[in-house]
Ligand binder design. Structure first.
Ligand code: UDP
Ligand code: MG
Length: 160
C-alpha cells in the first residue's frame, strides 16, 4: 500500500495553461477553464496578466530562430492573457490532448482548438509540452505565493 501511494504521488504533474490574447478577447476564458475543471484536474494558479515582451520571449525561447517568432511575440503581448497552473496525474499529455493540434484546422473536433479556433497564429491556448517545461513555465509566469496548495473536497471522487 505505502509504496503504491508514493508512486502515485510521483505521477502527479504540473502544467502551465494559458488563454492567449485572442481567447480573452473572444470571451472564451470561462469555456477554456471549464474544459480542464470538468476533466477533473486541479487549478492551483490563476491570473489575468498583460505580459511584458521579455516574459513572452523567455517562454518561447526554444522558437527564437523560427521565422514566425517576432509575430508570435507581438501576438502574445497584444492584450492580457490568462495564466493558469494545473495539477494532476498525467496532466501534461492529457492537457495537450484536450487542447488539440497546434494548427486548429488539424485539431480534432472535441478539442479546444478543434472546436474554437481556425488558425495556427490565433490558436487561443497554450499548454506545456513536458513536465519539466510545466515547472519552468509556472515559475516564469507566477510569483512566489501565487500558486496555491489545496485539497479539493472532490478529490476522493476523482481518484481512487
Ligand atoms: N506558431 C505560429 N506559427 C507556426 C508554428 C507555431 O504562429 O508555424 C505559434 C502558435 O501560436 C503556437 C506557438 O507558436 O501555439 C508555439 O508553437 P509550438 O510548436 O510550441 O505549438 P504548441 O505547443 O502551442 O501546440
Ligand atoms: Mg509548444
Amino acid at each position: 500500500f505505502l509504496p503504491r501511494l508514493v508512486a502515485s504521488m510521483e505521477d502527479v504533474e504540473e502544467t502551465y495553461i494559458m488563454v492567449k490574447p485572442d481567447g480573452v478577447q473572444r470571451g472564451l476564458v470561462g469555456e477554456i477553464i471549464s474544459r480542464f475543471e470538468k476533466k477533473g484536474f486541479k487549478l492551483t494558479g490563476l491570473k489575468l496578466f498583460q505580459c511584458p515582451k521579455e516574459v513572452a520571449e523567455e517562454h518561447y525561447k526554444d522558437l527564437r530562430s523560427k521565422p514566425f517568432f517576432p509575430k508570435l511575440i507581438d501576438y502574445i503581448t497584444s492584450g492580457p492573457v490568462v495564466c493558469m497552473a494545473w495539477e494532476g496525474v498525467g496532466i501534461v499529455a492529457s492537457a495537450r490532448k484536450l487542447i488539440g493540434s497546434t494548427n486548429p484546422l488539424q485539431a480534432e473536433p472535441g478539442t479546444i482548438r478543434g472546436d474554437l479556433a481556425v488558425q495556427t497564429g490565433r490558436n487561443i491556448v497554450h499548454g506545456s509540452d513536458s513536465p519539466e517545461n510545466g515547472k519552468r513555465e509556472i515559475a516564469l509566469w507566477f510569483k512566489e505565493g501565487e500558486v496555491c496548495e489545496w485539497t479539493p473536497a472532490l478529490a476522493p471522487w476523482l481518484r481512487e
